[in-house]
Write a protein that binds this ligand. Structure first.
Ligand code: HEM
Length: 376
């Protein structure tokens, strides 16, 4: 259902205008900062842009910080992500699971209740809205909850879903899309600011293919070969899901002499594979040119580069994720030049990572913008 109904090319395309509205808001904000020569917290801005886009696409509207819980939407999502990523001793020693020594079950139940109340409200609002609005709406306007409600309790549909499934899928979609997309943009920007020659090359490509009199549009993205190599290189060094999601062995097998029993959890370290010196020359260097004349792609066929996983359970949001990453990155470097605050040199930018379900930057990326485009 995700692949065919929610994340199909047609559906993704139906949110193109929404993505433009949201990126325009960010660009206007940054233009003002450029006028004041003020530093912008790019990490925070890109993170809320990603959350706003996902919320509008999935639930039809974005949320004010306080609407969700007193701590705000992103804070609760991040708590849930942290909990999901914490190793639970009870998973390894089942006899002690019921004692919940780490207090994880208790915390999960608490976060679960916050989410459930919120998701109930969303589903109920959508049901009420569709009752009040009987004139057939264009498919274009339908958010993910509307689409899923169309399959609710349906005898004919091949998707047998009920209300709890809808709530679970909303949550899956939110947690799978917000941080992955925003951390990828954040790292790409940080790498570009740290490597001014590469940033200049991206800007040169944009000047040649788009010019300086209009903004980048989604229809330009396919032609931006160098930008696309920058995104690939970013995903090699900074895969948003470093350990992907846990998989399970369907049958006994032996890999490189290691016996993997049926049903064992299998965790694949995409982060380490992307930096493996047996697979990559100068693996720690940010060097997008390594992909010139190379067939290596990130769609799961080349096992040295698997930021979206591989096979049946690979990421169904790859097209959407790449569209948003490329669009926002292109806009930010096309519209602005960037310099680090307090006279910091590009080479001094702190690139420390925090490990979890995703690998965000330890320190927010702050930079001062200067406008580049000719405004009419
Ligand atoms: C740059 C952005 C993104 C990256 C790097 C990324 C990466 C990944 C990875 C590594 C997995 C696990 C694959 C595996 O274990 O084999 C995954 C799964 C998933 N992703 Fe993405 N993702 C991104 C964006 C998105 C977006 C925008 C959505 C949708 C709204 C999405 C939806 C999902 C879902 C639903 C799964 C679970 C699939 C399953 O278990 O069958 N992702 N993603």
């Amino acid at each position: 259902m995700c692949t065919l109904e929610l994340l199909s090319s047609r559906k993704i395309d139906s949110f193109r205008a929404m993505r433009k509205q949201e990126t325009d808001l960010l660009i206007s904000f940054i233009r003002e900062a450029a006028g004041d020569h003020a530093a912008v917290d790019l990490t925070a801005k890109v993170s809320s842009l990603s959350a706003d886009m996902s919320c509008r696409m999935i639930m039809g509207k974005k949320f004010e910080v306080s609407e969700f819980d007193e701590r705000g939407f992103s804070a609760v999502i991040q708590d849930a992500m942290k909990l999901a990523a914490t190793p639970n001793l009870g998973d390894y020693i089942p006899q002690i699971a019921r004692f919940d020594f780490q207090g994880l079950t208790k915390k999960m139940k608490k976060v679960g209740t916050v989410f459930d109340n919120f998701l109930e409200k969303i589903v109920e609002e959508h049901i009420q809205c569709s009752r009040n609005d009987n004139n057939e709406e264009e498919d274009k306007a339908k958010d993910f909850v509307d689409v899923m409600l169309g399959f609710l309790d349906s005898e004919e549909s091949e998707y047998r879903i009920e209300r709890p499934n809808i709530k679970a899928i909303i949550l899956d979609m939110l947690s799978a899309s917000i941080d992955t997309t925003s951390t990828t943009i954040d790292w790409a920007l940080a790498e570009l600011i740290r490597n001014p020659d590469i940033l200049k090359k991206v800007q040169k490509e944009l000047e040649t293919k788009v010019g300086v009199e209009r903004m980048v549009e989604e229809s330009d993205l396919e032609s931006l070969d160098y930008l696309n190599m920058v995104v690939k290189e970013t995903l090699r060094l900074h895969p948003a899901g470093p350990l992907m999601l846990p998989h399970k062995a369907r049958e006994d097998c032996t890999i490189n002499g290691f016996h993997i029993p049926q049903n064992a959890s299998v965790i694949i370290n995409a982060w380490a594979i992307g930096r493996d010196p047996h697979a990559w020359t100068e693996p720690n260097k940010f060097f997008p040119e390594r992909f010139v004349k190379s067939d290596i792609d990130f769609r799961g066929h080349d096992f040295q580069l698997i930021p979206f996983g591989s096979g049946r359970r690979s990421c169904p949001g790859i097209q959407l994720g790449l569209t948003v990453v490329r669009l926002v990155l292109a806009q930010l470097v096309h519209c602005f030049d960037w310099e680090l605050p307090n006279g910091m040199l590009p080479g001094e930018l702190d690139m420390t990572e925090v490990f979890g379900l995703s690998v965000p930057r330890a320190k927010h990326l702050l930079a001062i913008p200067t406008c580049r485009l000719v405004h009419k």
